[in-house]
Design a protein around this ligand. Structure first.
Ligand code: MV4
Length: 462
């Protein structure tokens, strides 16, 4: 086991990782930006190093400053958390070259999944179902029209270097496709540094299902079943659950097997997630693979009893998976996560940074709250607006919903605006309660919430 780990992140995930280290008897080093000096992760860690000013480019994305902090404190490993440098293959390489273990997959595995078009081709070759479309980037509008004619409208343009829903354009006809192509390429160039875009058939009313994987360096691989992540707004997930109300055991095993195939195709080691779209006919397709621990990992921990962050650390030291046999991994009850963001859901989700004057954290049976917020904490404008993840765990979906509703009633975060009020609406919604939501769900709930420009803001209307 490692002696000391540097946590290259902030907020709730930094706390989550430090807690896992403590349980494993590993010392911790926090890094922080100047305005984060009084943040909880700084106090919870054994040591802390200020690495720069507020801007992420000067602090949490500042590779030389982070490596310097790691060398000065003499750590064995770096845990990147999610976001920031977690899927930066170059950073993983630099860690390796400095004899610091990067707690995550190899740089090659990160890279092979980073280009979404290349990843699509890699998994297709091993027999993983992909959405009908082109295997290569589109050169010009003639080619785009030809592909669209074959796969039929509507189609979607995606940036090869995009991912996570960024750089998408839905086109319902030839005129829209021709009109969108150059803009899409230009946007891709500006946003991701590469103009490469590709075409897929647009799947209407899909569900977003993802499979959590664990793979060790001894060739063992298991899946911790699925999470349902269909409730998103502008590709930001808001509420997730495990298991999915749309997945039965037959489908679960099929998706699990396919997800393991994806991981094996890139010699994947550590925790990872394979995302799928599930269509209304029950067919599923590979979307992308996330080569990091995800925000929503906690609901999988609640239903399986496996600590994903501790597994990540054990895997990185060369230990075997705690549970190696797939049929020994339990799936117990039902869990829901509500992301609590400092945003105003009644005003287009504008971020609402500021000081929390009054705070009451919910608790009691079936509740887990992962948060760095407290009374007197100031939500900073420079970073992610997520201030916590409220998770419930019950014997079944109905109980998990009731527990969550009760906990949301207890939760006080004032005077800043948060997504707590929106979550109360979602949990009351009959479509949600029946488990019949699609990707347009939030738009529907938000009908009364004054969101003028809902989920599909980039969609080219008919
Ligand atoms: C799609 C799609 C329909 N057809 N691809 C990709 C990244 C993910 N965050 C959203 N993505 C989508 N890709 C094809 N070929 C629809 C979406 C999509 C979506 C998927 C799951 C949950 C919410 C969504 C909201 C908008 C679009």
């Amino acid at each position: 086991m490692f002696s000391k780990i540097l946590v290259a992140n902030r907020g709730e995930i930094a706390l989550r990782i430090i807690r896992a280290c403590k349980e494993l008897g590993v010392r911790t080093v926090a890094i922080y930006s100047e305005p984060d000096a009084s943040s909880p992760h700084v106090h919870l860690a054994d040591e802390a190093v200020c690495i720069g000013s507020a801007a992420v480019s000067q602090s949490y994305l500042n590779i030389p400053a982070i490596i310097s902090a790691a060398e000065i404190t003499d750590v064995d490993a770096i845990h990147p958390g999610y976001g920031f440098l977690s899927e930066n293959a170059h950073f993983a390489e630099i860690c390796e070259s400095c004899q610091i273990k990067f707690i995550g997959p190899s740089p090659q595995a990160i890279r092979s999944m980073g280009d979404k078009l290349a990843a699509r081709e890699t998994v297709r070759k091993v027999g993983v179902p992909i959405i009908p479309g082109a295997q290569e980037q589109v050169k010009d509008k003639e080619e785009a029209l030809k592909i669209a004619k074959r796969i039929k409208y509507p189609v979607i343009l995606k940036a090869s270097a995009g991912g996570g829903g960024r750089g998408l354009r839905v086109c319902h006809n030839e005129v829209r496709l021709v009109g969108s192509l150059m803009t899409a390429q230009h946007e891709a160039e500006t946003a991701f540094g590469s103009p490469s875009v590709y075409i897929e058939k647009y799947i209407e009313k899909p569900k977003h299902i993802e499979i959590q994987l664990l793979a060790d360096s001894h060739g063992h691989i298991t899946y911790l079943y699925e999470r349902e992540c269909t409730i998103q707004r502008r590709h930001q997930k808001l509420l997730e659950e495990a298991p999915s109300p749309s997945v039965d055991w037959k489908l679960r095993k099929k998706m699990g097997d396919v997800a393991m195939k994806v991981a094996k195709a890139v010699n994947y080691v550590n925790a990872g997630t394979v995302e799928f779209l599930l269509d209304t006919d029950g067919k599923f397709y590979f979307l992308e693979m996330n080569t990091r621990v995800q925000v929503e990992h906690g609901i999988t921990e609640l239903v399986t009893g496996i600590d994903i962050v501790k597994e990540q650390i054990r895997i990185a030291t060369g230990e075997k998976l705690t549970v190696i046999k797939q049929d020994k991994i339990p799936l117990k009850g039902h869990s829901i996560e509500c992301r609590i963001n400092a945003e105003d859901p009644s005003n287009n989700f504008v971020p609402c940074p500021g000081k929390i004057e009054r705070y009451n954290a919910p608790g009691g049976p079936g509740i887990r709250l992962d948060s760095h917020a407290y009374a007197g904490y100031t939500v900073l404008p420079y970073y992610d607006s997520m201030i916590g993840k409220l998770m419930s765990h019950g014997r079944n979906r109905g109980e998990a919903i009731s527990i969550m509703q009760r906990a949301l009633e207890e939760f006080i975060v004032e005077p800043i605006k948060t997504t707590i009020s929106l979550h109360k609406e979602i949990l009351k919604n009959p479509v949600f309660r029946r488990g019949q939501m699609y990707t347009d769900f939030i738009q529907r709930v938000l009908g009364e919430w004054g969101d003028k420009n809902g989920d599909e803001s980039q969609e080219e209307k008919k």
